[in-house]
Design a protein around this ligand. Sequence first.
Ligand code: ADP
Ligand code: MG
Length: 382
Amino acid sequence: MTNNALQALFTQQYGSDAQGVVSAPGRVNLIGEFTDYNQGYVLPCALTFRTQVLYRLRNDNNVNVISTMYPNEQESFEVNQAIKEGSSQWGNYIRAVAFVLNRAGHQLNGVDLLIESNVPQGSGLSSSAALEVAIAGMFNHVCGLNLSEEQIALFGQEAENDFMDCQCGIMDQLISAKGQQDQALLIDCQNLQTQAVTIPTDLSIVIVNSNYPRKLVDSEYNQRRIDCEQAASKMGLTTLRDANLTLLAQTKPQMSADEFARAHHVITENDRVIAATKALANNDIEQLRILMTASHQSLKHDFEVTVPATDGLVQICQQALGDRGAVRMTGGGFGGAIVCLCRHEDVAVIQQAVEQQYFAQFNLQADIYVCTAGNGLTVQPY
Ligand code: ADP
Ligand code: MG
C-alpha cells in the first residue's frame, strides 16, 4: 500500500490523521543458526521488507489496532491494566509487548494503530520480531521511554518468550532494532555487542522461500533449546558458549544422542560464524561456500531442523551455482527459506534452476527475493 493509501485508511478508521510511523524490518540470517540462545555468535542482516506501525496518541488508555493483513479484525485493549489474551493471535503480539513494558514499570499511553507489512510471514524471515520491535519502538517514541535499541529488542524477545510460547533467542529482535543498510551484523549474544561487516557491492543476497507449510514449529524449536541446555549442564557449563569439542567428546557417555548432536552443531556453528565474518569482509565466496555448506549439513544431521523441501532447494541452488555461490537454509527451520550469496550475474542461474526443478520435485511454488541489507528500527513523522 502507498503512504497516501495507508494514511487514508488510518483516517477512515479513526477519524483523524496518523501522527507518524515507526517501522522495523524482517531479517535474513547469513550464518549462526540456533546459536543465539546458547549465548553464541550470529551474522544476520536486516532486510528492506518492513513492518510499519502508523500511530496517533489518544487521550485515554485504550489501544486500538488494525492490520492490513487481517482486514476484518480489530483489537482493542486497555493499556495500563493487566492484559488478557485477545481474540486473535496477531493481536497478542501487541498485547504482549505492551504487557512486558508495563511489567517493567513503564507508563504507556493509549494509541490508535494501523499495521502494514511486506515481510513474508512464517518463512523464517521473522515477521514476528519485526512486529514486536516496531510496536516496542512505537511505545518508546510516543511515551518518551528513552529505551536503547538493545532494550527494545529485549522487550520484544520477552514478549515472544513469555506470551507467544516461542523460546527464541535475541537475534531476530536485535537485528531488527539495530540493522544497518548494506551491512551484516556480527552479534555476540553473550553481551549483545555488535560489529558491522559491509556486504561487498558485487555480492547478491538471494532468498528462496520454500513455501513448505510449517507445522509444530514452536514445540520442536523449544525442544531443541532444552536439548542444548541439558547438554551444557552435563558438561558442567551454564551455556554452550563455553563448550568445545574435547569437552563434548569427554561428556558423550553421559549424553543422549540428541543432546550430543545438538551441542556438536552449536559448537561448530559458532566457529563457522567467526570464520564467515572474515570471509564476508574479504569477499571470499569460496570460503563462504565451504562454511555455509557445512552449516546446512550440520542443521540437517546434527540439529535436525531441515525438511526435504529446504534440503532439496539448497541442493538445486548449490548444483546450479557450483563454486560460484554459497547456499544454506536460514531461520528457525522446519520449512521456511534458504539463502544464497552469489555474484549479481548468477542470480538468473538460481531463478532458472528453481523454476525448472523445485515445483517438479516438491509440488510447491517457491518465491525468490533478491535482497539488499536494509536499516533497522526507524521513526518518522507523517
Ligand atoms: P515468522 O516470524 O517466521 O514470520 P511467526 O510464526 O513467528 O513467523 O510469526 C508470524 C505471526 O506474526 C503471524 O501469524 C501474525 O500473528 C504475526 N504478524 C506478522 N506480521 C503481521 C502483521 N503485518 N499484522 C499482524 N500480525 C502479524
Ligand atoms: Mg517468528
